[in-house]
Ligand binder design. Structure first.
Ligand SMILES: [Zn+2]
Length: 105
């Protein structure tokens, strides 16, 4: 379903972090959302005590819907559409539709 995986480099193409890129930390398949390192940060208030924190405001990554991110191709140096192709050994790999570079090696 999702053509996105942990550690993929993606660029945000919608929302407040549009134009920023980062690495996928987590994929939430059920919701078709991804969590990208240091992007879409939201401030959360924490109370002191519970987990030895002092309380206050921490920044945490909120998930982004997959339609708002695109795989980033280092070779093209821009976000690209990816295709899926079956390899000889039956592995499915994703490739860049622009330059044919494989995302899965
Ligand atoms: Zn490319």
């Amino acid at each position: 379903m999702l053509q996105l995986k942990k550690d993929d480099k993606v660029m945000v193409i919608g929302g407040k972090d549009k134009g920023k890129s980062g690495k996928i930390k987590r994929v939430i398949h059920a919701k078709e959302r991804v969590v990208v390192e240091k992007l879409n940060l939201v401030k959360k208030h924490t109370k002191p005590g519970m987990d030895q924190t002092q309380g206050g405001i921490i920044e945490k990554e909120a998930s982004i819907h997959r339609s708002n991110v695109m795989l980033f191709c280092d070779k093209c140096d821009k976000p690209v559409r990816c295709g899926v192709r079956k390899m000889g050994d039956n592995r499915t790999v994703r490739y860049c539709k622009q330059c044919e570079e494989l995302f899965d090696k």
